[in-house]
Design a binder for this molecule. Structure first.
Ligand code: CTP
Length: 412
C-alpha cells in the first residue's frame, strides 16, 4: 500500500480523527516500525500517547517517539525524581483504543496471565477499550505451542490480534513473525472500528434544504432554509457508520463524509421522487427539508415581462413526501419528521406525528432565539409517537444532530 495514497484517503482520516490512541511499544527489533505507525496515526488526526516497556528502550529512543506523537513517552510508574506517578488507571480510561505494536512473546505471555510488572501491562489491565496486539518475534517463537496458546487466550479475552507477516526476520531466518506493516495495522484498525459503529450496515435517508418552485425560468417560490441542519444530521449518521443518502435542495454546503451519497434536487416534486425511490432500501429516514407547500399551477416557459402585467399566481399543493413515506413505512423502518411552528407548538407537532405516521418529530419553535433557518444553532424538542418529549438547550447544529441521532439510536 502506498503511504501517500493511503494518507489522502478521507475515510482513514475520518475514522481516526480525534480518537485517543495509546501505543504500547515492547522489546523487539520491529520497534522501529512503531515510529511510522505513530506518525501515520498523528497525520490521521488521532491523539497519540506512547508507553514503552523498559526493555524497549534498547530498540528505539523515547525522544523519537515523543517527537512523533507530540506527547511525552511514558515508561515507569512514576516520573523520575519528582515523586509524581503516571496514573495507569487514567491512561487506560483515556484510551479509545490501545495498540501494542510490536508485541513481544514476553509481553503477550504476561498479558495472558495478568502480570503487571510495568506501566504498559498495568495500563492494559486497567483499560476498558478494545486492545489490538501486533506480535513480532522470531518464527520458532511464534510457532511455539506456548505462544500459539497465549495468542488464542488473548483473543478469547476480547483482544484483537493483528497477524504478523512472512519474510526475512532479524535472526536471518525466513518465515512468519514479522510485525504487520504500519499501513496494514491502520487498515485493520479502521475496518475493526467501522464494524463497532452503531449504524454500520444501516441505510439512512436525509432530506435537507429548501425547494424552489418555478414561476418562470428566472423566478421561484422558496424559503430561507440553508440546509445546515440536514447536512449536520447526514454527517453525524455517516460518522457513526451509516450509509447515507442525502436528498438536498439548493444550498452552498459540502458533504464531507465519503459515506454520504448526495442527490441534488430543486423542486418538491424532485425531492418526492428521489426520496420515495431511496426509501425502499432505507432503514431510517429523517426529513428535515423545508419543502414548499405550494407551487405555481403552471410555470411559464418564458420570463414573465412586466409590461404584460401579473396580478396573481395560481397555486397548487406540492406532494407531501413525509406523508407518503408514512404510508409506505414497513415495521422495520423508522420515520422522523420536522415541525417548524410559531404557536401551539407541542399540540401541532403531536398532530403531525399521527397524521404522517412518524416515530419521532423534531420540533423547532420560531419563538426560540437562535433556532430555525440560516442560524448555526438550533433549539429543539423531540417528541416520540407515545407523546413522550424531551427539551434540549440551544446548541450548535452539529451538537443538535448528535442529540437527534442519539435518540434515534435508542429507538432501534
Ligand atoms: N415535508 C415533506 N414534503 C412536503 C412538506 C413537508 O416531506 N411537501 C416534511 C418536512 O420535511 C418536515 C415536515 O414534513 O419533516 C413538516 O411538516 P408539514 O406538515 O409540512 O409542516 P409545515 O409545512 O410546517 O405544515 P403547516 O404549515 O401545516 O404547519
Amino acid at each position: 500500500m502506498q503511504t501517500a495514497n493511503f494518507l489522502t484517503a478521507n475515510f482513514y482520516y475520518l475514522m481516526l480523527k480525534g480518537k485517543n490512541i495509546l501505543i504500547g511499544v515492547t522489546a523487539s527489533i520491529a520497534a522501529y516500525k512503531s515510529a511510522l505507525l505513530i506518525r501515520l496515526l498523528v497525520k490521521a488526526g488521532a491523539d497519540v500517547k506512547v508507553i514503552m516497556t523498559p526493555a524497549a528502550l534498547d530498540f528505539i529512543t523515547p525522544l523519537t517517539l515523543s517527537t512523533l506523537s507530540k506527547n511525552p513517552v511514558l515508561i515507569h510508574f512514576s516520573k523520575d525524581k519528582t515523586g509524581e506517578w503516571n496514573n495507569h488507571v487514567e491512561l487506560g480510561l483515556w484510551a479509545d483504543t490501545i495498540v501494542i505494536a510490536p508485541a513481544s512473546a514476553n509481553t503477550i505471555a504476561k498479558m495472558v496471565n495478568g502480570i503487571c510488572d510495568n506501566l504498559l501491562l498495568a495500563t492494559y489491565l486497567s483499560a476498558r477499550c478494545k486492545v489490538y496486539v501486533a506480535p513480532a518475534m522470531d518464527l520458532d517463537m511464534y510457532k511455539h505451542p506456548a505462544t500459539v496458546e497465549n495468542l488464542k487466550r488473548l483473543k478469547s479475552f476480547g483482544n484483537a490480534v493483528i497477524n504478523p507477516g512472512t519474510g526475512e526476520l532479524a535472526s536471518g531466518l525466513n518465515g512468519e513473525g514479522r510485525m504487520a506493516e504500519p499501513e496494514d495495522i491502520i487498515e485493520f484498525l479502521q475496518k475493526s472500528l467501522t464494524k463497532m459503529l452503531p449504524f454500520t450496515g444501516k441505510k439512512v435517508l436525509v432530506t435537507a434544504g429548501p425547494t424552489y418552485e418555478a414561476i418562470d425560468p428566472v423566478r421561484f417560490i422558496g424559503n430561507h432554509s440553508s440546509g445546515k441542519m440536514g447536512f449536520a444530521i447526514a454527517e453525524e449518521f455517516a460518522s457513526q457508520g451509516a450509509d447515507v443518502t442525502l436528498v438536498c435542495g439548493p444550498n452552498n454546503l459540502t458533504a464531507i463524509h465519503p459515506n454520504i451519497h448526495r442527490i441534488d434536487i430543486t423542486s418538491a416534486e424532485e425531492l418526492y421522487n428521489a426520496s420515495v425511490k431511496a426509501f425502499k432500501t432505507t432503514d431510517i429516514a429523517v426529513l428535515s427539508a423545508a419543502v414548499a407547500d405550494y407551487k405555481p399551477t403552471k410555470a411559464a416557459n418564458q420570463k414573465i415581462k412586466k409590461v404584460n402585467g401579473i396580478k396573481s399566481i395560481d397555486l397548487v399543493s406540492t406532494k407531501d413526501t413525509l406523508q407518503e413515506l408514512g404510508k409506505l413505512k414497513k415495521a422495520h423502518q423508522l420515520l422522523i419528521g420536522f415541525a417548524l411552528e410559531t404557536e401551539n407548538e407541542i399540540e401541532n407537532a403531536k398532530a403531525k406525528i399521527k397524521k404522517k405516521n412518524l416515530d419521532l418529530i423534531v420540533l423547532n419553535s420560531l419563538n426560540d432565539k437562535g433556532a430555525g433557518f440560516k442560524t448555526n444553532t438550533n433549539k429543539i424538542t423531540l417528541i416520540n409517537r407515545y407523546n413522550k418529549s424531551v427539551n434540549f438547550e440551544l446548541k450548535s447544529k452539529a451538537e443538535v444532530a448528535r442529540d437527534i441521532v442519539t435518540v434515534i439510536k435508542g429507538l432501534i
